[in-house]
Design a binder for this molecule. Structure first.
Ligand SMILES: *[C@@H]1O[C@H](CO)[C@@H](O)[C@H](O)[C@H]1NC(C)=O
Ligand SMILES: *[C@@H]1O[C@H](CO)[C@@H](O)[C@H](O)[C@H]1NC(C)=O
Ligand SMILES: *[C@@H]1O[C@H](CO)[C@@H](O)[C@H](O)[C@H]1NC(C)=O
Ligand SMILES: *[C@@H]1O[C@H](CO)[C@@H](O)[C@H](O)[C@H]1NC(C)=O
Ligand SMILES: *[C@@H]1O[C@H](CO)[C@@H](O)[C@H](O)[C@H]1NC(C)=O
Ligand SMILES: *[C@@H]1O[C@H](CO)[C@@H](O)[C@H](O)[C@H]1NC(C)=O
Ligand SMILES: *[C@@H]1O[C@H](CO)[C@@H](O)[C@H](O)[C@H]1NC(C)=O
Ligand SMILES: *[C@@H]1O[C@H](CO)[C@@H](O)[C@H](O)[C@H]1NC(C)=O
Ligand SMILES: *[C@@H]1O[C@H](CO)[C@@H](O)[C@H](O)[C@H]1NC(C)=O
Ligand SMILES: *[C@@H]1O[C@H](CO)[C@@H](O)[C@H](O)[C@H]1NC(C)=O
Length: 660
């Protein structure tokens, strides 16, 4: 029989499809058998997580309509080492179920592992047939700690390093035409094992006192979305108090493609402003008299951006952060006015999810409690949160000081025969370069959120090279070059060499904020810079077992809390005394901002406004509200020229006299 060309073509097509079917048609990943582990402590939200966690669209400033969450039950298995990445366990069920996106160490993950340094994850997914044909399929990860190697249908599709950053992989070319796709993720997270020196914040493999359980693997949402071949990969957008909007749309094609921006009136479909430009280069336009963003009035504007056939939604707030000398004192300004910043040290740890809050509602609860008593700021302490956290701060109206996650304070020299070995100096070249790279990632990932007012580079010397050349000077310039719209606090606490916009003192329990007295670990107040008390308070109060992180090492270390108050009443009494002392410093000296340790208890640290499980609020809310309001009132009065209590260092006092 002679085959016509048409028949040959269709046989070939069938053969191709058949072979791709045998390669790509897979059974679904076995998702049965998941249950959360019984952890050392739960929260009121633990039972609400279910198996469809974090269903919200995860990236509100670059949002697409065709998307699908891949969060849920996947499979997991411990791996023995880095070499396993070369022999992925394709098409076999991994050992046990895991709930993505909860850290492997968390009870909610269903694994609750320890030393989970090398891990395999497995899931299967289909691409909705309703998605625009001809579009690309993008696979997004909110964050994987610390390195991720991703495989789709037996092919390696991407690698990412850095535990706090989102990444996107175009997987279109690796998908099955019509069927189930298998995905494997190999995660490597050394945390502080060996001599690894990487950004980890408070995570440690051997938790005690102020260092806590680590988070490994996938810990933020995973999702698919559909986008045209030439699509928006990054949006840089800032808006200031004069209505000036600066936009830079980055595209996958790198070509200059026409861009249309539409800004809507708040909670309305009415158009406030439109503008046109091209991708790949920044352009500016001005919006007429926008309502400004501030903690008292956190007005936001929704935005639509069209670039070629790609459409995304986003939002912004109009506000300007700056500094100026007001009545003899260098002050941080919001929209041209000095606003005293009072915040908590906010670590973002959860007993049930570790780095991953159990639900969005739980995450927002912390912010709402703080807002209710008048906090207008929080210092996001050496952790980077999911994008929805920043959106919540934007919406609720809380200014953020954002810390770069620190590297280990220092590495112990394993070769030392000294009983009390010296620390190996930090700042080795390779780890410094990687730290610098991740610092850039942080600024680029977070720079569009109006709530962030200040960047912090180093915390208390951790991972900070302390010999001259002092890297914080160069890093400050780097941050400023990426984001000129915010203040920078290069060194919060301890090893200050004069860089940046702030002079920052840490002192427990009582404050020394812009004062002419200071302690050994600090430096004298520097009137050229803004005075901030980057940490103080930290007074503790032990709780009954039902609110305690029931891990023996943590309970053992409770007595290392800076101060233990015997009852909640005494804790509130002590808080009032310390806030009164701060108030006095606001009136007499140069104090412009302060950070109280801390939002919640964390593991063996029992010094939160709330307990670790968020079930007990320690604060006497009326008292705290009054004490916090008194700080704002005193700062405003002081800045308006009431010198009746001023006791400044001589040079400042002389300048004040001159201005009278
Ligand atoms: C699915 O996994 C569960 C628990 O991990 C196991 O008990 C069950 O046998 C598995 N089912 C199949 C079909 O492999
Ligand atoms: C995982 O594997 C490592 C190294 O093989 C081992 O030290 C560790 O105990 C394992 N962890 C678990 C939870 O099995
Ligand atoms: C994929 O499946 C859908 C629905 O079952 C069908 O309409 C479509 O033609 C299929 N596409 C291909 C390329 O086989
Ligand atoms: C994990 O292992 C470390 C020892 O390396 C130990 O100190 C810690 O208590 C363990 N944590 C848990 C939850 O088992
Ligand atoms: C766009 O530029 C980036 C960075 O230079 C490069 O990695 C990428 O391959 C380019 N894409 C195209 C489609 O040219
Ligand atoms: C932005 O759009 C979302 C979705 O339509 C809506 O829920 C929200 O209220 C809008 N926000 C503002 C500030 O207009
Ligand atoms: C310890 O000694 C070994 C062998 O001399 C050397 O390779 C290693 O770098 C030393 N470690 C440190 C932290 O100095
Ligand atoms: C704190 O309370 C727990 C039990 O609630 C107890 O085991 C522990 O010894 C207490 N620690 C201190 C320092 O009071
Ligand atoms: C805390 O208690 C442990 C024993 O429970 C003890 O060894 C240690 O010295 C105490 N530390 C302080 C600072 O009191
Ligand atoms: C100035 O401050 C002092 C001390 O706080 C206060 O007693 C006085 O009423 C203030 N004066 C004015 C005009 O507000």
């Amino acid at each position: 029989m002679r085959l016509s060309i048409g028949i040959i073509a269709s046989l070939l097509a069938t053969a191709t499809l058949a072979s791709s079917n045998s390669r790509f048609f897979r059974r679904q990943t076995n998702v049965t058998g998941y249950a959360p582990k019984e952890g050392p402590l739960d929260t009121p939200w633990t039972d609400k997580v279910g198996t469809n966690p974090w269903p919200e669209y995860p990236r509100p400033q670059l949002q697409r309509s065709q998307w699908k969450s891949l969060n849920g039950v996947w499979r997991y298995q411990n791996a023995s080492g880095l070499n396993e990445v070369d022999a992925p366990p394709f098409e076999v069920d991994l050992a046990s179920p895991v709930l993505v996106p909860f850290c492997l160490e968390s009870a909610l993950s269903g694994v609750m592992g320890n030393w989970t340094i090398f891990s395999w994850y497995q899931t299967s997914f289909t691409v909705p047939s309703s998605w625009s044909s001809g579009n690309r399929v993008l696979l997004n990860f909110g964050a994987v700690d610390y390195e991720a190697t991703v495989f789709v249908n037996r092919q390696k599709v991407g690698f990412h390093r850095g535990g706090y950053f989102g990444f996107t992989i175009d997987v279109t070319d690796y998908l099955s035409v019509n069927g189930t796709n298998e995905m494997l993720v190999f995660a490597h997270d050394p945390t502080d094992s060996g001599t690894w020196q990487i950004p980890i914040g408070k995570q440690t493999l051997e938790p005690s006192h102020i260092f806590y359980t680590p988070c490994s693997g996938i810990w933020q949402s995973v999702w698919l979305e559909s986008a045209p071949a030439n699509h928006i990969t990054q949006l840089d957008l800032s808006a200031d108090m004069d209505g000036k909007v600066n936009v830079n749309v980055h595209s996958s094609g790198n070509a200059s493609t026409p861009v249309e921006v539409t800004i809507y009136e708040p909670h309305s479909t009415d158009v406030k402003a439109t503008a046109k430009g091209n991708s790949g280069s920044a352009f500016e336009f001005t919006v007429d008299s926008p309502d400004l963003w501030s903690p008292d009035s956190p007005t936001l504007y929704n935005i639509t951006i069209k670039m070629g056939s790609d459409t995304i939604t986003s939002y912004t707030g109009f506000r300007t952060v700056s500094k100026a000398e007001i009545d003899g004192v260098m002050r941080p300004l919001l929209n041209g006015e000095f606003v005293f910043q009072f915040g908590t040290l906010d670590q973002g740890f959860w007993p049930d999810g570790i780095y991953t809050p159990p639900t969005r509602e739980a995450m927002i609860y912390d912010l709402q409690v703080l807002k209710r008593v008048g906090y207008n700021m929080l210092r996001k302490h050496i952790k980077i949160e999911p994008a929805l956290f920043y959106q919540a701060a934007d919406e609720i109206g809380i200014m953020l000081i954002q810390d770069m996650p620190s590297m280990r304070p220092s590495i112990r020299d394993p070769n030392s025969t000294n009983a009390c070995p010296p620390n190996v100096p930090v700042g080795q070249y390779a780890s410094q370069l990687e730290f610098n790279r991740q610092l850039e990632l942080m600024i680029n990932q977070l720079k569009n959120y109006p709530s962030i007012v200040t960047w912090v580079i180093y915390n208390e010397g951790w991972g900070q090279e302390r010999r001259a050349f002092y890297p914080e000077f160069g890093l400050m310039d780097l941050v400023r070059s990426i984001d000129p719209t915010r203040l920078i606090n290069p060194v919060t606490g301890w090893h200050d060499h004069g860089a940046g916009d702030f002079h920052d003192n840490h002192h427990y329990a009582n404050p020394q904020c812009g004062t002419p007295f200071y302690s050994v670990a600090s430096t004298p107040y520097d009137p050229r810079r803004i005075a901030i008390q980057g940490e103080f308070g930290g007074v503790g109060q032990n709780v009954t077992e039902d609110h305690l992180w029931k891990v023996p090492a943590a309970v053992r270390d409770i007595n290392q809390t800076y101060e233990i108050d015997e009852t909640v009443e005494i804790w509130n009494y002590r808080s009032h005394i310390l806030l009164t002392e701060l108030l006095d410093q606001v009136k007499r000296f140069a104090c412009s901002a302060a950070v109280w340790t801390q939002t919640t208890d964390v593991e063996g640290e029992v010094n939160g406004m709330l307990t670790y499980d968020r079930r007990v609020i320690r604060m006497d809310e009326e008292q705290w509200k009054n004490d916090i309001q008194a700080l704002y009132d005193a700062a405003a009065e002081r800045a308006s020229g009431n010198h009746s209590m001023v006791m400044m260092p001589r040079d400042v006092a002389e300048r004040l006299d001159g201005s009278q």
